[in-house]
Ligand binder design. Structure first.
Ligand code: PLP
Length: 419
């Protein structure tokens, strides 16, 4: 199917009422440099619908107090709403139990929690941790810090030229010293969707637990942690229409119970004396101090909003946008798409001959088009593809084919200016 056919088909059969959806997002109506905003930086942070904004306002104006420690009306309301949000997240990822959902400040903190709580307890000198070339720095650096502290070793799964993990090589990395696997569900730099379910099954058959970095998957596809059978799954609220400063770590209850706490302080204890502290039960053992209560409740509203649209419909619409954009961009002379995996989420990383990615970003911005340029906190991916940086357009369910057209016209304009 060519680009025009894809466009016609998508316009007539889109599962989503995108115009109405866009009306929920006040920010999509602004202009940038006197042009309508074309927001294609969703992999960095997505935008927030009015339903989430209104929920935050309602909380702050009618329900706010500190949680878990008060007997007064507002404290009880805030506590109840915070725990309702936890249950919403539990259902969003189909976790067995709500205590398997830990609120964190985001994916980065969730991975650091696992590194401190699990890694520092169980990983020893000579042990090996398997990561992949496609990891975001958030799923590399904490493990490097651990490896340095413990004398452990990081092993890395390579990718082919399309940006697909070499699963055979992954399997070959396992040996009796392998103690942990960390893998991103979707690459933020290339969009590759990794075969995490198969990778988890392989690791489990050898008794090795797996953490999945779901930062780029949870906003775009239905996640079922029971079906994946992962031990840990992490994602951030701000990439799925929720607030910043909130995210979750899913952890299998039996593993979480045996882990050591990450941070010490209020709320994570049952009793404290100067001689001994007894820790709280999960998930509270991992939620020291006052959590971002409003943000957690806002995240609950965000997953309600996404579930209301339907994750399958979201995935289908974004896939159509990606196909339409890919068809056009790959036929442009002088433009190279970096990341052409068979299974991809709606991320289009590209390089334009003779133009630095930052110049592309700046020129597109003059047209009101927001893309990200740089190494995307995935420098090993850049090294693998021998580029210092890429330009990255990343789509959400509220993007349109017209916006893809604007991007393509913008890239043509960049090429004209530089030739
Ligand atoms: N992992 C992946 C795959 C990401 O794309 C990101 C953010 O871009 C992160 C982790 C880190 O997320 P946060 O900065 O919200 O903690």
């Amino acid at each position: 199917m060519n680009a025009i056919q894809t466009a016609l088909e998508t316009r007539s059969s889109s599962l989503l009422d995108v115009e109405n959806i866009r009306a929920d997002f006040p920010i999509l109506g602004i202009t940038v440099n006197d042009k309508p905003l074309v927001y294609l930086d969703n992999a960095a942070s997505s935008q927030m619908p009015r339903q989430v904004i209104d929920r935050l306002v309602h909380y702050q104006t009618k329900q706010h107090a500190n949680i878990h420690r008060g007997v007064h009306y507002l404290s009880e309301v805030a506590t109840s709403e915070f725990e309702v949000a936890r249950r919403k997240l539990q259902h969003f990822i189909n976790a067995r139990e709500e205590r398997e959902v830990i609120f964190t400040s985001g994916t980065t903190e969730a991975i650091n929690l696992v590194m401190h709580g699990y890694g520092r307890k169980y990983i020893c000198a000579g042990d090996e941790i398997i990561l992949t070339t496609l990891e975001h720095h958030a799923n590399i650096v904490p493990w490097q810090m651990l490896a340095e502290e413990k004398g452990a070793r990081i092993r890395v799964v390579p990718v082919n030229d399309a940006g697909e993990l070499l699963v055979d090589e992954y399997e070959k990395l396992f040996n009796e010293r392998t103690k942990f696997v960390g893998v991103t569900h979707v690459s933020n730099a290339l969009g590759s969707i990794n075969p995490v379910k198969e990778m988890i099954a392989f690791a489990h058959a050898r008794g090795v637990p797996v953490l999945v970095d779901g930062a780029q998957a949870a906003p775009h596809t239905a996640v079922d942690v029971q079906d994946l059978d992962c031990d840990f799954y992490a994602f951030s609220g701000h990439k799925l229409c929720g607030p910043t400063g909130i995210g979750i770590l899913y952890g299998r209850a039996s593993i979480l119970e045996d882990m050591q706490p990450f941070k010490g302080g209020g709320d994570m204890i049952l009793s404290v004396t100067f001689e001994k502290t007894t820790y709280n039960t999960i998930p509270h053992k991992f939620e020291a101090g006052t959590p971002p209560i409003a943000a957690a409740i806002g995240l609950g509203a965000a997953v309600d909003y996404l579930s209301g649209i339907g994750m399958d419909a979201i995935a289908a619409h974004e896939h159509a946008l990606l196909k339409y954009a890919t068809d056009q961009v790959q036929s442009m002379p002088g433009v190279r798409i970096i990341g052409t995996a068979g299974q991809k989420a709606a991320v289009l990383s590209f390089a334009v001959n003779g133009v630095h990615p930052h110049d592309i970003g700046t020129l597109l911005n003059q047209e009101g088009i927001a893309v990200r340029t740089g190494h995307h906190c995935a420098q090993p991916v850049m090294q693998r593809f021998k580029v210092p940086a890429t330009s990255r357009a990343s789509f959400a369910f509220y993007n349109t084919l017209d916006e893809v057209d604007a991007l393509v016209a913008g890239i043509r304009n960049v090429q004209k200016i530089f030739t």
